[in-house]
Design a protein around this ligand. Structure first.
Ligand code: FAD
Length: 280
């Protein structure tokens, strides 16, 4: 198998315990020599300081750290202030998103879509930032149609994105088809698969419901049948996700794999080990 470039996604912890847990996870995951790590951002700027603090701590440890930035619910002025702050800290890599407003919360903001945020970043900061955007092999839940979603994806790449990371999925065919269709629309940037390790059945079903990712029925039924047997869930989850990753890499997924770690190291690390990725 060709070398796999890894990236790991974290969220900014809210408690001192959470900060320690994340440090411990990073200490494990750094051994897999990731290309970069990324840190999520709460819609409307709710985690703004936490995202920056976490990114700076990781940068100081030697990681290339990319903050996520979402535009929904924000003014151009506030987005510009955040971008300027990142730039002043020497951050050159960013994940640009629309984000989701919690229901009933506030105004949409001045930029309605990620494509507008990407264009705004390019307009204000030229080529300073390497920009990632989100892709949805099973399509964004609010999109009008698969075709419209693909066209919107192509639009945000054309606005100036350098690469894309997908929403997680468990159906490799959906990914390969999406990549093929995107290519036909002129998208020539890497579309890196986002990988969600499976460790907890109810949490997985809840997340998948929210983001529109499909958990295949045979996977859901098996997981459900394990009840509270966490070891069986872990073992089965590792098998399913490692097979998926192997298929993606062997099938030509470019660049590598992006792991949604949920701030834990064990599941991502175990999958990487099963894929034969050596620790340094
Ligand atoms: P967009 O690309 O703007 O698309 C949103 C919807 O609008 C889609 O249905 C699209 O088809 C449609 N659309 C786009 N352009 C147009 C147009 N011109 N006209 C009409 N319709 C259009 N959320 C967070 O809050 N914080 C995070 O840190 C975060 N990180 C993420 C990281 C990754 C890798 C992924 C895949 C998702 C992440 N999300 C995060 C979730 C993301 O914010 C949501 O999925 C959100 O609903 C869509 O964001 P987007 O950037 O994909 O939006």
């Amino acid at each position: 198998m060709k070398p796999i470039e890894l990236s790991f996604e974290f969220f900014p912890p809210k408690t001192a315990e959470g900060v320690e847990k994340l440090r411990a996870s990073r200490a494990e995951l750094v051994k897999l020599a990731p290309k970069f790590v990324s840190v999520t951002f709460g819609a409307g700027g709710s985690t703004q300081q936490g995202t920056l603090d976490t990114v700076l701590e990781m940068t100081a440890e030697g990681f290339e750290a990319a903050p996520h930035l979402s535009c929904i619910g924000s003014s151009k002025q506030s987005l510009l202030a955040i971008l300027t702050q990142y730039r002043e800290h020497g951050i050159r890599h960013i994940v640009a998103l629309r984000g989701d407003l919690p229901s009933g919360m506030g105004e949409v903001g001045e930029l309605r879509y990620a494509s507008e945020l990407v264009a705004f970043i390019r307009q204000e900061h030229g080529d300073w930032f390497d920009i990632e955007v989100a892709a949805y092999p099973e399509f964004h839940p609010q999109s009008k149609s698969p075709r419209a979603d693909l066209e919107n994806f192509a639009r945000k790449v054309k606005a100036g994105a350098n690469s894309a990371i997908t929403q997680y999925f468990y159906n490799a065919d959906a990914y390969f088809k999406f990549v093929d269709e995107a290519k036909k629309l002129g998208v020539d940037v890497p579309i890196v698969p986002g990988v969600m390790p499976i460790t907890n059945f109810s949490q997985l079903m809840r997340f998948s419901d929210m983001c529109g990712a499909e958990v295949p029925k045979w996977v859901a039924r098996r997981l459900e049948s394990f009840g509270d047997d966490r070891e069986s869930i872990r073992e089965f989850g590792l098998d399913v996700v490692t097979s998926l990753c192997r298929r993606l890499v062997e099938g030509g997924a470019p660049g590598g794999l992006h792991f949604y770690t949920l701030n834990g190291a064990q599941a991502s690390k175990a999958i990487c080990q099963r894929l034969g990725i050596k620790s340094v």
